[in-house]
Structure formats: C-alpha cells, structure tokens
Design a protein around this ligand. Structure first.
Ligand SMILES: NC(=O)c1ccc[n+]([C@@H]2O[C@H](COP(=O)([O-])OP(=O)(O)OC[C@H]3O[C@@H](n4cnc5c(N)ncnc54)[C@H](O)[C@@H]3O)[C@@H](O)[C@H]2O)c1
Length: 245
C-alpha cells in the first residue's frame, strides 16, 4: 500500500530494533516522516539508513521528564503527530510469582506499562487537535498467561487495558487506539535463546514456525492506516494461529 502514510508524521518508540525497526522502515516507505525514538543509541544510524525525512531521537520511555521534553520537541518541530507506534518493551527474568524479584518487576513495569502509558498520553496530547491513530505493542502474553513471566505478562495485560480505555475516551475525538499482539516473532529479542528452544516454541504454533518482524509490522501499519478507520479498541493477535484453540 505505498503512499498510505504520505505526508503523515509517525513516531515509533523502540524503533531502532526488531519490530520497531520494521515498522519504521515500512511507514517511511509508505510516505511518512518517521521519528525513531529509542534508548539504544542506534536510532540516528537507522534514520540515516532510511534517509529522507527520517530522524532519530534518544528517548527512555521510563523517564517522565524525557517524555515531556520529547513532546515539546515534537510540537515545536511538527505541531502535531498523526501516528504513534508505542512499541518499546523489555523482558524480565523468569521466576515463579512467589519469589519474583521486585527489581526486575519494577523495571519491566516502568518501561512496558508505566512508560507505555506515558507515551500513549503524549501521543493523545499531540493528536487532540487534528486526530490520529495509536498502535500499542501488546503481546499474546497480555491475553494468555505464561508461567514464570509474571512481570512481562502483567505489563502487557496493562497495555491491553490502557488501549481499550483510551479507545473509548477518544473515539469521538478522531483518535483511534488499537494494539498489535505478537505471539513469538524473530527479533533480537530471541537472540539469547537456544535454537532448539526456538524450534520447540515454533512447534507450538499451528503454522509450525515463529513469525517475522515484518509480519507483525504489516498488521501494526494496517491498524494505524486509513484502511482501518472503523477499528478502535482492538487487540489484533499476530501469532500463526496459536491463540485459536
Ligand atoms: N519478539 C517477540 O517475540 C515479541 C512477542 C510479543 C511482543 N513483543 C513486543 O514487541 C516489542 C518490540 O520487541 P522486539 O521483539 O522488537 O525487541 P527488540 O529488543 O528487538 O526491540 C525493543 C526495542 O525497544 C528499545 N527499548 C527498550 N527499552 C526502552 C526504553 N526504556 N526506552 C526506549 N526504548 C527502549 C530497545 O532499545 C529496542 O530497540 C516489545 O514491546 C515486545 O514486548 C515481542
């Protein structure tokens, strides 16, 4: 759908790697000015690689002051934004709930839940005058639990519900809020995992394979686009059929 985002201002958090990188490249290819916001330091290099009007911005989504400064920067530069992919996320350690370490729980919640909420709040403020579309990155884990991942699962459950709440609040203000919920997709997120474990996980997927970041990015772009103008408050799974039964 080249040109779907022509002239739009799009922001992608966690945009320097994996799913965010795929989203940034695709939305830029479809005509958007993309702002790649990431804590990693790779955002400027990626913006250069994408070229055109793409720009990098160093942002820690867990830092409220930094988000406020980012909001001011976006407003001064563009006046508003049209599209927000609220995608930055981290994983926690694996442990049973009764012994889950609170430092890991707090870290995951500060980025995935509190951080995502603050970024969504910023996006809403920048869309109030002209409308827009937000796509939060949830996870299959926001809908179906996995043992030993309580921090991550809890944080993505929060993303699901903040998506639905905002969708209701802004439906008559021209702002749509949806979430993309990947199952397992091949990104640097999986880098530390043993290939045998990835193959075991793949066999739990009806399609017999994990997804790609491009496959999840395509769904995120669809939700953000004018092909989904009557879609809001939805959580769209991209999981090769895993949640079907
Ligand atoms: N890979 C999967 O299987 C999978 C499955 C379900 C959901 N997700 C979700 O997809 C999103 C992207 O993950 P990915 O797989 O592309 O992983 P990734 O590690 O490749 O990318 C995550 C990006 O977020 C950035 N980031 C982390 N903390 C940040 C912070 N505090 N502020 C700003 N940026 C920060 C990282 O620097 C990185 O560029 C995450 O929200 C993740 O929870 C991934």
């Amino acid at each position: 759908m080249p040109g779907t985002f022509e002239g739009k201002i799009a922001v992608v958090t966690g945009g320097a790697s994996g799913l965010g990188e795929s989203i940034a490249k695709k939305v830029a290819a479809e005509g958007a000015t993309v702002v790649i916001a990431d804590v990693s330091g790779r955002q400027d290099e990626l913006a250069k690689e994408i070229g055109g009007t793409a720009v990098g911005y160093k942002l820690d989504v867990a830092d409220e002051e930094a988000i406020n400064a980012f909001e001011t920067w976006l407003r001064d530069r563009y006046g508003h934004i049209d599209t927000l992919f609220n995608n930055a996320g981290v994983n926690g350690v694996m442990a049973l709930s009764h012994e889950y370490p609170m430092d890991s729980f707090d870290k995951v919640m500060s980025v995935n839940a509190r951080g995502a909420f603050m970024v969504q709040r910023m996006g809403l403020r920048l869309m109030l005058d002209e409308g827009g579309s937000i796509v939060n990155t949830a996870s299959i884990g926001g809908l179906f639990a996995t043992p030993t991942a309580s921090a991550y699962i809890t944080s993505k459950g929060a993303v699901v519900m903040m998506t639905k709440t905002a969708a209701l609040e802004y439906a008559r203000k021209g702002i749509r809020v949806n979430a993309v919920a990947p199952g397992i997709i091949r990104t640097p997120w999986l880098d530390g995992l043993d290939e045998d474990l990835i193959e075991t996980l793949a066999q739990q997927v009806p399609q017999g394979r994990v997804g790609t970041s491009d496959e999840a990015a395509d769904v995120a772009l669809f939700l953000a686009s004018d092909h989904a103008t009557h879609v809001t408050g939805q959580v769209m799974l991209v999981d090769g059929g895993r949640s079907a039964g």
